[in-house]
Design a protein around this ligand. Structure first.
Ligand code: SF4
Length: 94
């Protein structure tokens, strides 16, 4: 399981750090940061899910393994077949 925290909508309630202190830290004003890269071990899954569901502003989301998480850009997709070539002539695509 992987998660992402959107700090722009975190309202500093601190619920996440209470439920899953291994994955969330709070700054002096109570706003959360992720600890680590968002990867959640199976043993921590329940605590993190509780934090996710209890976050009043839904700042924590689960992301899929192949989903772009904003940390690194996905590489170019491998070309599996040649892209079709469209030639525009007189306003028509052929
Ligand atoms: S529970 Fe949500 S709003 Fe509260 S500190 Fe954590 S991320 Fe921010």
């Amino acid at each position: 399981m992987r998660i992402r925290l959107d700090r722009t909508i975190c309202d500093g309630f601190g619920v996440c750090a209470k439920h899953a202190p291994k994955h969330f830290s709070l700054d002096d004003w109570g706003y959360a940061s992720l600890i680590g890269d968002g990867t959640v071990e199976e043993a921590d899954r329940d605590d993190v899910l509780r934090a996710l569901f209890d976050c009043p502003v839904h700042a924590i989301v689960e992301i899929g393994d192949n989903e772009f998480d904003g940390e690194a850009r996905p590489g170019p997709a491998a070309a599996t077949e040649e892209a079709p070539v469209f030639e525009a002539r007189w306003g028509y695509a052929q």
